[in-house]
Write a protein that binds this ligand. Structure first.
Ligand code: B3K
Ligand code: ZN
Length: 855
């Protein structure tokens, strides 16, 4: 497949200021007529080239006259045009019900819907499918009235009426010029939960969340989140909504989370539907975050879009940063930061350390769908966060205002954004730009010396970033590090928090008047997305975990203490559990601590994160070390876990509030430790919670504990759960996922059996991810000796690739981590990658991921 390079960017030869689309909708065959007003962009002689994907036009008209002088160059329709402005009409026939890729126009649950980002519009009609061609759209849809009573598209509804043979039609118009990746339509039998929102300038917007009628009661949370997000974006960024309607449609078959189409967001139903019986607190939180994210794209993505796909992080990194800020404002900001850093470390750090590493603004790609990554999204958000930290809140807001103002209605670049940050603040970000061009996670070593005699403390910092594919040497990054010193004896602050910019390979910072042995608190709030290597002792870390006044740093100290202990256990074969047990005890006993924070702080780092610290991952040794520490924590603090469990259980009936969420979280965490201790009654306690639960958080929490344990009660619980929810696809996904994530010895076998379960299907992306995706990230089960896990994943990727290459390619990365494992495992993993590559008819999506993983 061809490699597309950022440096080859050329502005479009032809612009399309207006397009009129006419859809004669039918699941078997839909006819699409497109009328494009095209304008030559400069004095060149090149033909008009319109992207397609597999279709041949059934009709081509130029300026109203039938035209036969067109040709196909591969999938591209080429037409020579004499003048500088013409009207081009094409007609194609497409087949939504055969569209298993779920890109373009497809059928889901009897309805028709679209997904165009990144390059799906060319599967609908011929068009210059690139984000810097912005057009005003009018859309007419005709469909059977009974099967498709609701017809929606971008913008505002203009007119509707009856057609012949039981059909009807509707017309929509979107006054805002947009790239074709933001096009959307939906035709279906749907009902709306409606509300209004009055914008800051007093305009009333009609909101609608469209679902199957039976699901209407599950849309309240999403609708409330939408209203909250609209008000938040006005307050925090000064951004007002701009159309008279805003619709969201939930569909069951969707390649990712949701899509920000102008005025018509289309969502994976898992990010809309929630009620206490079927959705966990984590689901509720994710729904609010994704609803906000897609809404925020209306400015960061739609009003200001991307010049080309290399600039994807311009909209995604910024919009993730915006949704993180929104979520932080809805509950515990400290817990939100912990969760976001956990996600970064689980998904992005390994990507940045592996064969698929790329900068947040990549230099090349074969298939752009492979670049909707944790790097573009989550590291991209960290890069925006660093600029916000460096600028400070007022300058940052002035700079985002400038950016929205200056680039409104245009397709911009990452550099345009950074220039606005510079202009709005007067700060030079030349060197900071390395964050856009260099991949890899910087490592910062920090050593603190203290001379008691002179009262001087010296902090020696050094940064280095390992080579990544195509980038052997790195320039130093600009790292904004928040620092503070505490007195190791008194616990008093020995310095104010300072923001230190580490922009050279090394730097020394001196602190005077330090009369007491200092303890270093560094990268507070996770101010830079780096790995800190410090020489802090377990005593220092224990101290910080109890005394640091930055909640993230406090969490981090505990995590580091736990990591050091687990790494020692794996590499030396033994470790002193006492400091961790002490630190956890103090956290549980501290009455001043928010329960939501305490519940996160006492959790051990995941198996995979421990593995990431090792030269070579030994998954069984990691598992054993982690279980041993869990068991000791469970046993030594048994009384505290029991009382934490009991206190958290006093809550009445379900409410979704920060306090109630914190109680449920603590209950699950405590239950996990009670089970880890090996207590006789653990399975009974879990089963009782499972049966008595009035909400999914408690029910799934108990199920997870049972499914990780040895008791046969897990079988009963799984059956009860299955029977209770057999009609609810989103909950059945949890049933598959919980088993695929189990730490039990028999998980590979259980997963293989589940893949043959009548409810399993690769055709639905959520279901495929719930089993195959979850298994791939279960470090212990996936890497169990013998390679059965690798074979399982490869078999399913090969099968899924035939239906849905985009979703298959997303699930490949666990196989690409072979360099991190022993030669026996590495050989088996590589063999599966080779087998994937040798598959006839492989998609370019999977080809790119597998071939890069072997390099
Ligand atoms: N912009 C979409 C993602 C599209 C993914 C295409 N492979 C959703 C989002 O990030 O908001
Ligand atoms: Zn997004």
């Amino acid at each position: 497949p061809a490699v597309i390079r950022r440096e080859d960017y050329q502005p479009p030869d032809w612009l399309v200021p207006d397009i009129a689309l006419d859809f004669d909708l039918d699941p078997a065959t839909t006819r699409v007529t497109a009328v494009l007003d095209v304008v030559r962009s400069s004095a060149h002689g090149r033909p008009l080239r319109l992207d397609g994907d597999g279709q041949v036009p059934t009709k081509v008209l130029v300026d109203g006259n039938p035209h036969n002088d067109w040709r196909m160059d591969g999938d591209t329709l080429e037409i020579d045009l004499p003048g500088s402005e013409h009207r081009i009409e094409t007609e194609v026939a497409i087949h939504p019900d055969r569209n298993t890729q779920l890109m373009g126009l497809y059928a889901s649950g009897g309805n028709l819907c679209t997904q165009c980002e990144a390059e799906g519009f060319r599967r609908i009609t011929f068009f210059p499918d690139r984000p810097d061609v912005l057009a005003r759209y009018s859309v007419r849809m005709t469909a059977d009235r009974k099967r498709f009573p609701v017809l929606l598209a971008n913008g505002d509804p203009i007119a509707s009426g009856d057609a012949e043979d039981g059909r009807h039609w509707a017309e929509w118009r979107d006054p805002f010029p947009k790239p074709c990746y933001l096009f959307a339509l939906v035709a279906g039998d749907l009902s709306a939960n409606r509300a209004t929102f009055t914008t800051m300038s007093g305009r009333e917007v009609q909101l609608g969340i469209w679902v199957r009628a039976a699901d209407l009661p599950k849309t309240e949370h999403a609708l409330a989140a939408l209203q909250t997000a609209m008000a938040w974006d006005e307050r925090v960024y000064g951004r007002e909504y701009d159309l008279d309607v805003f619709n969201i449609v939930a569909v069951d078959d969707f390649n990712f989370g949701a899509m920000e189409n102008k005025g018509l967001n289309i969502f994976n139903s898992r990010y809309i539907l929630a009620d206490p019986d079927t959705a966990t607190d984590a689901d509720y939180d994710a729904i609010a975050a994704v609803v906000a994210h897609e809404y925020f794209h209306n400015w960061s993505g739609n009003r200001v879009t991307c010049r080309d796909w290399f600039q994807l992080s311009l909209k995604e990194g910024f919009t993730v940063f915006r949704d993180q800020g929104f979520s932080a404002d809805q509950g515990s900001a400290a817990v939100k930061r912990i969760e976001d850093v956990r996600t970064l470390r689980a998904a992005q750090f390994p990507e940045d350390a592996g064969p698929l590493a790329h900068p947040i603004r990549p230099d090349s790609y074969m298939e752009i769908s492979n670049f909707y990554t944790a790097t573009i999204y989550n590291k991209g958000a960290e890069v925006i966060r660093m600029m916000a930290t460096i600028l400070g809140p007022d300058s940052f807001r002035a700079s985002t205002d400038l950016y929205f103002d200056r680039y409104d209605g245009t397709a911009a670049t990452c550099d345009d954004f950074v220039r606005c940050m510079e202009f709005g603040s007067g700060i030079d970000l030349t060197q900071f730009r390395h964050w856009y061009s260099q991949a890899g996670t910087p490592r910062v070593s920090a050593a603190l010396d203290h001379d008691a005699g002179s009262g001087r403390a010296t902090l020696r910092l050094a940064q280095r970033t390992a080579p990544t594919p195509g980038q052997p040497d790195k320039e130093p990054f600009v790292l904004p590090l928040k620092l503070k010193l505490f007195g190791g004896e008194t616990g008093a602050a020995l310095s104010n928090e300072q923001l230190f910019m580490l922009d050279r390979p090394t730097a020394d910072i001196t602190f005077d008047g330090v009369t007491e042995r200092p303890v270093l608190s560094i990268n507070r709030g996770f101010s830079a997305p780096v790995i800190i290597e410090s020489d802090r002792s377990s005593a220092d870390l224990k101290f910080l975990s109890a005394h640091d006044d930055d909640p993230f740093a406090r969490y981090e100290a505990m995590q580091q203490l736990m990591l050091d202990t687990l790494v020692a256990a794996v590499t030396l074969g033994r470790a002193d559990h006492e400091p961790v047990i002490d630190a956890v005890r103090r956290t549980l006993e501290d009455p001043a601590l928010d329960r939501a924070f305490a519940a996160e702080a006492v959790l051990l780092p995941s198996d995979s994160f421990v593995g990431d610290q090792l030269e070579m991952v030994d998954p069984e040794a990691v598992f054993r070390a982690r279980e041993a520490l869990r068991r000791d924590l469970g046993k030594h603090l048994a009384g505290l876990w029991r009382s934490a469990y009991a206190n958290a259980s006093q809550a009445g009936t379900f409410v979704y509030s920060p306090a109630a969420k914190a109680a449920r979280r603590m209950r699950s965490v405590a239950l996990g430790y009670i089970a880890a201790s090996g207590a006789e009654d653990a399975a009974d306690v879990a089963f009782a919670q499972f049966e008595a639960a009035d909400n999914m958080t408690d029910r799934q929490g108990a199920l997870t504990t049972l499914v990780n344990g040895k008791s046969d009660k897990r079988i009963a619980a799984l059956d009860i759960f299955y029977n209770r929810y057999s009609g609810d696809a989103l909950v059945l996904d949890k049933w598959f996922q919980t088993q695929a994530l189990s730490m039990r010895d028999d998980t590979p076998q259980v997963v293989a059996d589940l893949a043959r379960h009548p409810d399993f299907s690769l055709a639905n992306p959520n279901r495929a991810r719930s089993l195959v995706g979850a298994f791939g990230v279960n470090q212990r089960a996936f890497h169990m000796a013998g390679g059965a896990g690798y074979r399982f994943l490869a078999d399913h990727l090969i099968a899924l690739d035939k239906l849905n290459p985009q979703t298959a390619a997303k699930l490949l990365p666990p196989l690409g981590r072979w360099r991190r494992f022993d030669p026996a495992r590495a050989t088996l993993m590589k063999a599966e990658l080779e087998r994937i590559l040798a598959t006839p008819g492989l998609s370019k999506d999977l080809f790119e991921q597998a071939s890069k993983s072997l390099e």
